[in-house]
Ligand binder design. Structure first.
Ligand SMILES: C[S@@+](CC[C@H](N)C(=O)[O-])C[C@H]1O[C@@H](n2cnc3c(N)ncnc32)[C@H](O)[C@@H]1O
Length: 227
């Protein structure tokens, strides 16, 4: 499908805005949802246990922008298999694609993958991208990945064990999983759990400027096997 047709398909369902994320090596152009607050009521849903799920995927989070900047500065992507979980609009994975990685974008919300596909087309890297709707509680992947990307996905404790199990299963022995998150107090619990799965991590904290000029502090955790 042409980029124009795909964009039209998205616009038939959502109001779309374009945001530019200026990195050192490239300017990434992202189609995102315009004013996602307006969609909160219509897209929030209750699961079978009565738990309310908010449509977090409709926002491009500062953690994604922070991770994009971090990935822009590092090497080791060329021809490597990269997995992004909870990809949302796909920003981090697009940077990995542009640096030569072969990226599998995953999220359990199907519409994120349509945005991510359009965004990879828009940024000229769809030939190194593929897209799978996947719940990290029940992963369905083949083979291993030398890098796993995860931006703003550890905000609930119920996510931690499934995500760490996924990493344990799918990360190559020498690979790394790179998380970004906005310094929530609860993140310390996740970091404590990392050790139980046989991983260690290095942390760095960065200031991130969002397209609307807001500055946020985010942390990046580079997680590897070993103690
Ligand atoms: C806070 S958003 C972050 C989106 C994007 N990574 C970013 O930083 O802009 C969390 C993302 O995780 C996805 N997600 C939540 N629970 C999930 C699950 N169990 N399996 C797969 N994806 C999930 C959501 O659909 C959403 O895209």
């Amino acid at each position: 499908m042409s980029p124009q047709m795909l964009l039209q398909q998205i616009k038939n369902r959502y109001p779309v805005a374009e945001q530019t994320i200026p990195l050192t090596t490239a300017h990434i152009r992202m189609a995102v949802i315009d004013d996602p607050d307006q969609l909160l009521d219509t897209l929030s849903k209750e699961d079978q246990w009565g738990m309310l799920h908010l449509p977090y995927w409709t926002y491009l989070w500062p953690s994604a922008i922070g991770l994009a900047h971090y990935l822009d500065q590092i090497h080791g992507f060329a021809r490597q298999r990269v997995l992004e979980i909870g990809c949302g609009f796909g920003l981090a994975g697009i940077v990995a694609c542009q640096k030569g990685g072969v990226v599998l974008f995953t999220d359990y919300e199907r519409d994120t993958l349509t945005f991510a596909r359009y965004n990879t087309l828009r940024n000229g890297c769809v030939n190194r991208a593929s897209f799978v709707q996947m719940d990290w509680n029940t992963p369905c992947l083949k083979g291993k990945f030398s890098r796993i990307l995860a931006s703003d996905v550890i905000y609930e404790e119920t996510h931690w064990d499934p995500i760490l199990t996924l990493i344990q299963t799918y990360l190559t022995p020498d690979g790394d999983a790179i998380f970004s998150e906005p310094n929530r107090v609860s993140a310390s619990g996740f970091l404590e759990r990392i050790g139980r799965y046989g991983f260690t991590y290095a942390k760095q904290t960065d200031d991130v400027v969002s397209p609307d000029g807001t500055v946020s502090k985010i942390s990046i955790y580079c997680v590897k096997r070993g103690r």
